[in-house]
Design a protein around this ligand. Structure first.
Ligand code: NAI
Length: 777
């Protein structure tokens, strides 16, 4: 375009960023990369090309890691880990800070390399990806510094396997590596096969920063390498990518004892009310769905507009779309660059071509002739059930529908299997703050969109995965409590052989929806004490689990009850238990044949009081994020929690799980101690007289192995915990992969119930939702 043409059309002229430095760096590396293992680059092996999606040109050749490479990387990370942890928080902080400084120093090189490799506009890599990656290292240098004083009870997990996607290559690397290193872990990271180059440059930076050998290891390759890392001797897998692969990783790691966090897909709602500042909301959409060609897990890809303004809004939106500039990612005037790879382009094309519903608008500008480009697209008039309203497209395609009332907006927004993010536009602060907590999502932006910061945790609920990245909450994903776990031996019921029979039928029923319930199986089991038959309990089965979950799901009101009310009810349970303490103590002694009953009852009462105390104090935070505004980190109940209670502590095990869970507004389905269930069945008499609303606590009896799978596979259960002495970890984690529910399983290790672990339980019983609220001029 000539200067004359620019003057005549008033159009933007090209303003290309030079690729020379980045290409020269690739040449310096020989255009071929090995892996970064134990502080050095390996000799390049069999590999694959990394191409510039805007031109199709080969940028470099990367090596496909072999099993030996992965083993070497894990071994290097393993041997480096103890020393790295012993360096102490302040020692590690120095390295993280050095990395941050070097990222800053080389930021232009990183930005250009990222845009060349990924196809994203240089404006984005320069102003968003790279600065946010630096920020993450600075922030976590601070976290390392504070670790020893603020998290003295936490220790590193060990070696973390980290698998990242191609949409924010360096930023996702920073999100994974910075917190892991800050807490004293070492890592083996695999970048996505389309976009490994900035990870290689990062390895170079680690060398320059003098990061000790083996602390950071980077292996390249495709999903097969990812599978090798998942199967390796690592202590944790952190994954960001598609829900399908996340689910496979959940299944593959089931029962292994490996920690797991998954940051998966989304179909995030973008809700525009009729009083919104329409122009801002439209500009927001440019950032929501055309940012990074829509290849953003939290993209505002599902527009919901209030009916009265829909036509006007769509007209303005189409006009704005037609002004978007699409082309060479290295051109600083470009809004939309290239899609990452022909494979991804094909996926987008196929999904849109298969859609016959609604009305489609695609931008009318001239598209580049070559390269992986897809025109920004809007499809209006879709129904909730249309596939494009439900499936993640991961491209620059916005789908839209309308709503009439705020209640309908919430219902439509939540009508998805995902729960990553949501955006709300309205000038009415009451409406915004009423809607935000009702949206099922890990992040909500009010009158803004796609804001990120290291101080505000990011992550989802439902099939968007579990775990948070960033903030204090992100650190829990890289730490565990200090100490070495002890093995938990199976606890056997007292045998009744030879003891006298009591002809009286004392069959304790289960407790479902606030009522006593007979087991669906019609079968029961005798519970013996040393002195004879103590009674019978029902053998719960799938049907009983379903009834209990239905009751729990129905008791939604509990989540909205105030902490103050929940505290009062917990105190009341404690008081009522106290009044019958002797009776419970005798019952426990009779079942276990030991003399610990009185102590167990007393500790249970304390546990109830402790949960009551926390009910109105386990608060969220207000994060000082770098916008004019705040991010409110709100703690929300997880939902319906199914728990297999400890066998060895028939009352205390149940109370220790139940009390913090319901204190936070969850509803629970509890499988009583398998060998000693009568304390639990006696306990519901206490619940029934303590104003606990029906359905909040449901108690089942029977064989844990029979109850675990129906609980873990039930779609209305949000989390499953197991403290059973039967090792059901593999079974539970595998079944939980269906709807990616949260799990907390003991992997046959013991919990010391005499210690108050309430904080850990409170944490497991809550999800953090970050609500971003900009304010001011
Ligand atoms: P993907 O989930 O297959 O790839 C992400 C990472 O996982 C890559 O590093 C890949 O090599 C690795 N991987 C693949 N299979 C694996 C396995 N079995 N075990 C361990 N690691 C494995 O994503 P893909 O195929 O590149 O994109 C497909 C769709 O996934 C996209 O269209 C989009 O819908 C979604 N996606 C979502 C992302 C997010 O941030 N939530 C990021 C990337 C893709």
């Amino acid at each position: 375009m000539s200067v004359k043409e620019i003057f005549e059309t008033m159009d933007y002229g090209p303003a290309p960023e030079s690729a020379a430095e980045a290409l020269a760096w690739l040449v310096d590396q020989g255009d071929r990369f090995g892996h970064f293992i134990n502080g050095a680059f390996t000799t390049p092996g069999e590999g694959f090309d990394s191409r510039n999606p805007a031109t199709g040109e080969v940028l470099a050749t990367l090596s496909q890691a072999t099993q030996d490479d992965v083993d070497a990387a894990v071994a290097a990370a393993r041997s480096a880990q103890p020393k790295w942890e012993q360096l102490g928080g302040a020692g590690r902080a120095r390295y993280l800070y050095a990395i941050a400084r070097l990222l800053q120093k080389h930021s232009r090189l990183f930005a250009v390399l990222e845009s060349l490799d990924n196809g994203k506009p240089i404006r984005e890599s320069r102003d968003i990806d790279i600065p946010l990656a630096q920020r993450h290292f600075y922030y976590h240098a601070g976290m390392a510094q504070l670790k020893d004083s603020e998290l003295p009870e936490a220790q590193a997990l060990g070696v973390c396997g980290q698998i990242i996607p191609w949409n924010f290559p360096l930023l996702m690397l920073a999100w994974k590596i910075a917190p892991a290193l800050a807490m004293g872990n070492t890592v083996v990271l695999k970048p996505a096969e389309y976009t490994s180059l900035t990870a290689m440059l990062f390895a170079d930076i680690c060398q320059q920063a003098g990061v000790p050998k083996g602390v950071v290891n980077i292996v390249t390759g495709d999903g097969a390498v990812g599978e090798m890392i998942v199967a390796a001797e690592v202590d944790k897998i952190a994954f960001t990518g598609s829900t399908a692969v996340g689910r496979r990783i959940r299944e593959a790691t089931a029962g292994s004892g490996k920690e797991l966090t998954l940051e998966l897909g989304g179909k995030s709602a973008y809700v525009v009310f009729d009083d919104a500042d329409i122009d801002s909301a439209i500009e927001g959409l440019v950032d929501a769905i055309w940012f990074n060609q829509g290849q953003v897990c939290c993209a505002g890809s599902r527009l919901l507009v209030q009916e009265g303004i829909a036509d006007r809004f769509y007209d303005k939106l189409r006009a704005r779309m037609d002004g978007l500039r699409i082309g060479n990612p290295l051109d600083k005037c470009i809004d939309v660059g290239a899609v990452v790879d022909p494979v991804q382009l094909q996926t987008i094309q196929t999904m849109v071509e298969n859609n016959t519903a609604g009305e489609m608008h695609q931008v009318s500008c001239v598209m580049p002739e070559n390269g992986c480009y897809y025109p920004p697209t809007l499809i209006t008039g879709l129904e909730t059930s249309d596939p494009l309203m439900q499936e993640e497209i991961f491209g620059p395609v916005l789908v839209a529908s309308t709503f009439r009332t705020p209640a309908e907006a919430v219902e439509l927004a939540n009508n998805t299997r995902y729960g990553l993010a949501a955006t709300v536009w309205t000038e009415n602060v009451n409406l915004a703050l009423d809607i935000a907590p009702k949206l099922v999502a890990g992040v909500v932006w009010i009158n803004a969109t796609n804001l990120f910061d290291a101080a505000a945790g990011f992550g989802g609920v439902r099939e968007s995965g579990f775990g948070r990245e960033g903030g204090w909450e992100g650190l829990t994903a890289y730490t565990k409590p200090k100490g070495t776990p002890k093995a938990l031996a199976p606890v056997e019921a007292v045998s009744g052989e030879g003891a006298p029979h009591d002809p009286l039928d004392r069959t304790a029923k289960m407790y479902v929806g606030g009522k006593q319930a007979r087991p669906d199986s019609g079968y029961s089991r005798a519970i013996w004490g040393k002195s004879g038959l103590l009674g019978h309990v029902g053998l719960g089965s799938r049907k009983d689990v379903r009834n209990a979950v239905e009751a729990a799901a129905g008791a939604k009101g509990w989540a909205k009850a105030t902490g103050h009310l929940r505290a009062q009810i917990l105190y009341y349970i404690g008081e009522n238990l106290s009044a019958r303490a002797d009776e419970f103590a005798h019952r426990i002694d009779a079942m276990t044949g030991k003399k610990g009953g009185a102590k167990e009852v007393e500790t249970s009462i304390q546990r109830l009081f402790s949960a009551a105390a926390w009910a109105d104090k386990y608060d969220g935070q207000v994060h000082g994020v770098p916008i004019r505004g705040v991010a409110l980190a709100m703690k929300e109940p997880t939902g319906v929690i199914g728990a297999l209670c400890a066998d060895e502590a028939p009352l205390l095990g149940l109370v220790s799980v139940m009390a913090p869970a319901i204190a936070m507004g969850n509803r629970v389905v509890l499988a009583a101690s398998e060998p000693y269930p009568l304390a639990a069945t006696d306990f519901y008499q206490i619940l029934a007289t303590s104003d606990v609303p029906a359905g909040v606590v449901n108690i089942l009896t029977g064989v844990h192995a029979d109850l675990a799978k129906p609980l873990a596979s039930h779609l209305n259960v949000d989390a499953v915990w197991s403290f059973s002495s039967t090792n059901l970890s593999a079974q539970i984690e595998k079944a939980a992969a269906g709807n990616l529910k949260r799990t907390w399983v003991n992997n046959a290790t013991a919990t010391d119930w005499s210690v108050d672990h309430s904080k850990r339980f409170l944490q497991a019983a809550t999800e953090i939702k970050n609500i971003w609220v900009p304010y001011g001029e």
